[in-house]
Ligand binder design. Sequence first.
Ligand SMILES: C[S@@+](CC[C@H](N)C(=O)[O-])C[C@H]1O[C@@H](n2cnc3c(N)ncnc32)[C@H](O)[C@@H]1O
Length: 395
Amino acid sequence: MTTTLNTLPATLSTREDPFAQERAARTQPLLLHSLSLFREVFEVVYAGRDISTVVEVGVESGQVSSIYTELGASRVFCVDPLPSDELRARLAETPGLELVEKPSPQVLGELPVADLYVVDGDHNYATVRGEVDWIIQNAPDAVVVLHDVAWPCSRRDLYYQPSFIDAEQRFPDSHDGPTVWQDELTPAGFVGMGAWTAAVQAGGERNGVLTAVEDAIAAADDEWLLAVVPAVFGVGVMVRRSEAGHDLMERLRPFTGSRLLESLENNRIALYTRVLELQHGAVAAGVEAQRLGGIIHDQHLELERLNAELAAAHAATAERAAAAEQARAAHAAAVEQAAAAAGQAAAQLAAGEQRAADLAARLPVARARALAGTVRRTGRGGVRRLARAAERVRG
Ligand SMILES: C[S@@+](CC[C@H](N)C(=O)[O-])C[C@H]1O[C@@H](n2cnc3c(N)ncnc32)[C@H](O)[C@@H]1O
């Protein structure tokens, strides 16, 4: 069965291409923030007014600038004191767009009075109040489109270029950012990453973009109407009270009166700041993991050093054990040698004793023999003496 609808979203999936919407969804940046998303709102403005000259304050990438000429403007003054080289090149190649490298609101008086002012430069009270005051006084028939009149800048200043603002007109600021999850700024919030800082204080007098617009309108005796499209940080449309002004506001009502847009925006900033919180947590966990990794690495090195020390100690112990074993073996050999020597000595002693005993046993016989010998010799000597005596006697 085929369903016939009058208006189908361009990115809706089809039966043949069931992933068309997913593809479109994932090509979106994580954070939609540009006024280029408001082409339909500009179309309504152009339809109700003759817009020939536009002053665009705060250009950034220039992705909105050409919309103004595409819708019919002939001259667009693109005011940005800090353009990138890409922006310069982009604007240079687009007819009708002129880059003005100066800060607003100071530069507004140097430019032709415009039919449409798009205010999206520095998002703080002093700057926006200066811009809206100047437009109210000098371009009473202009339509003014103002970005960032809702969270986070509605009641809290952001500062792109604090140096352009007198110190006494600025609040103490911080590189921490706002979040919808707590009232105080936090490093886990919507931070400017070097592009801007946020006022530490929210609310009160002379703080925030919406406060500046309200005060400027009040100072102009409420001669101007203001309506807000509650999407992508809030887009205000200001026009002087008149039939044409009321008519324009009426035609913008589908956008400005949309509870649906309001809910989607609140949901978007809640989800986005939750993502920021999670990202911050993940980065912090990564840093902690790195710190712990460093500790583990150091401990690993220490362990290796201790292991080497242990191995050296083991080797020394083994060396000492080998030396002790050698000494023990030498001692045992010496003991054995000594025992053998003692045995030998004992045997020799025993033999000596034996010989001595034998000798001793033989000693009386030898003496007797010697005595006998002596007796025999003595006897023979006596015999000879007797013979000689007999001889002498005979002789
Ligand atoms: C939020 S971005 C603009 C985004 C752009 N309008 C868009 O919707 O895509 C703000 C820009 O304002 C510029 N800016 C800051 N201070 C300014 C000032 N005093 N006057 C004009 N532009 C300023 C910054 O350089 C930055 O490019």
